[in-house]
Ligand binder design. Structure first.
Ligand SMILES: Nc1ncnc2c1ncn2[C@@H]1O[C@H](COP(=O)(O)OP(=O)(O)OP(=O)(O)O)[C@@H](O)[C@H]1O
Ligand SMILES: O=C(CO)[C@H](O)[C@H](O)COP(=O)(O)O
Length: 451
């Protein structure tokens, strides 16, 4: 699907390189062995070693442009690995070559980041899996085209440390932005890094894992756009803006049903996080190229207290910045117009309270934007084609691609409403952006060299 990337030195055809990394006190030695089928044209540059500071043995497999860490040692998994310890271990191997495209996805916890990631990696192709053989509590996902890194891994304070210092995970003091910047920059420049792991099961920082440069690196978490230097490395950024009412409903649904939390503890956790959320997370949306905003419906009157559907129906806005390189906003019927559309009728089944679409130009934090809005929910997912056929600039590759993606993931939360629809569209836009960047680089090798 993707154009292949040109890298810095060449692998033999049909060769997979297995690397054995032996960690010694000050250094990690890399030895290459064995082979079997790489991506044609994939290349490997190594000056002979990764640098490290631990005593464990680790195996790496480098099938194409992505290497996967498989942990061999693991003896001290519960040891706290400070983010600072990983700082010095930026390695010099490059697999992706011409520069990784970096995408930022910001949102509070429980706002649909994982769901969005699953939709995105599905659009990009290939299954997204945890690093094979690595830490079972790793937060990283790897697919053919993309590596998704969770920024929780850059917490500089573990759970106990945060408690002792009285800060939440949302506070900048609990996160190492210097390391985040250095490592994202290294990956973007084609160098692998050893990234820390924040273990959500234990609340500790685990031994770092190796991240090699993928075609697309997605940084998902609380702060991808908080630090100006990290923000400057992003090729595209998204913010999932879930209103308090809806966030509360989703949190209750998940944390009560799936995690056994009490209603009181969920409320207390939301309240405790709110000041830091308002101060450090929410303001990032002004920097996003696309914002998916989830609000309560306007189709059900406020005084209609009896209606069970009220919490289940959402009004979702896709706010798309104008003038972003490689990103042409999607639109309804006619670009730049203001449109209100009720598609219900012969071609789209709608039960109460119906479906309403809107499209209009607007401003968002002083920037010109185009907004697509959907209020209501789909009754039959195969009928989404009716809506898809009236939307333009979707960056689909074939007829009904949006509808097919929605049907494929019908069981994901939000598949029957604007969250699923707009997340799918943003996924297609990211694929398109990546392909444009690769095409630009191919057309201008000088650009690629500085990317
Ligand atoms: N579009 C949606 N519609 C309804 N519920 C949703 C939607 N998206 C997410 N949820 C609910 O919120 C929960 C959290 O979603 P998800 O795991 O994708 O969020 P997250 O941001 O990755 O969370 P965390 O950071 O806490 O892991 C889901 O289990 C589901 O209950
Ligand atoms: O906001 C969060 C991002 O997911 C988490 O609360 C944060 O990472 C801390 O995790 P935990 O509660 O598991 O210690």
């Amino acid at each position: 699907m993707f154009a292949s990337l040109r890298c810095t030195c060449t692998l033999q055809a049909n060769t997979v390189h297995w690397l054995t990394v032996v960690r010694s006190h000050e250094q990690v030695r890399v030895s290459r062995s064995i082979s079997s089928s790489p991506e044609p044209g994939a290349e490997w540059s190594s000056n002979g070693g990764l640098r490290g500071a631990h005593g464990a043995a680790t195996s790496l497999r480098l099938p194409s442009s992505t290497a996967i860490l498989t942990s061999g040692g693991g003896g001290r998994r519960r040891r706290r690995w400070g983010a600072a310890a990983a700082a010095s271990r930026v390695s010099t191997c490059s697999a992706a070559g011409r520069g990784t495209v970096v995408i930022g996805l910001a949102a509070d916890s429980g706002c649909g980041k994982s769901t969005f990631m699953r939709r995105l990696t599905s659009v990009l192709g290939g299954e997204a899996v945890a690093p094979r053989g690595g830490n079972p509590d790793s937060n990283t996902l790897i697919s053919d085209a993309a590596t998704v890194v969770c920024l929780d891994d850059y917490h500089s304070l573990d759970r106990t440390g945060r408690k002792e210092k009285g800060v939440t995970a949302l506070h900048p003091r609990a996160n190492d932005f210097d390391l985040m910047y250095r490592q994202v920059k290294a990956i973007k420049e084609g160098r692998a890094v050893e990234k820390p792991i924040y273990n959500h099961a234990t609340g500790l920082l685990d031994r770092p894992e190796l991240i090699t440069p993928p075609k697309i690196l997605v940084l998902e978490g609380l702060h991808p756009m908080y630090d100006e230097r990290v923000r400057g490395l992003l090729d595209f950024s998204i913010y999932l803006d879930v209103s308090n009412e809806v966030k509360f409903a989703w949190k209750i649904q998940r944390d009560m049903a799936e995690r056994g939390h009490s209603l009181e503890s969920i409320k207390a956790s939301i309240e405790a996080r709110k000041p830091d959320f308002d101060a450090y997370i929410d303001p990032q949306k002004q920097h996003a190229d696309a914002v998916i905003e989830v609000l309560p419906t306007r189709l059900i009157p406020d005084d209609d207290d009896d209606d069970d559907d009220e919490g289940k129906v959402q009004r979702v806005k896709l706010i798309m910045k104008e003038g972003v390189k490689h990103f042409a906003p999607a639109y309804l019927f006619d670009e730049g117009s203001t449109i209100s559309w009720i598609p219900c009728g012969r071609k789209l089944s709608c039960s109460y309270p119906g479906i309403k679409f809107a499209y209009f130009p607007d401003t968002y934090f002083g920037r010109e934007v185009s907004v697509l809005e959907m209020d209501g929910k789909f009754d039959k997912l195969d009928e989404v084609i009716y809506v898809e056929s009236h939307l333009r600039n979707l960056s689909t590759k074939y007829y009904r691609e949006v509808t097919q993606q929605m049907l494929k993931h019908a069981d994901f939360p939000g598949s029957n409403n604007g969250t699923g629809l707009f997340q799918t569209i943003v996924g297609l836009k990211i694929r398109d952006l990546y392909e444009q960047i690769v095409a630009d680089r191919a057309a201008s090798p000088a650009l690629a060299a500085v990317a």
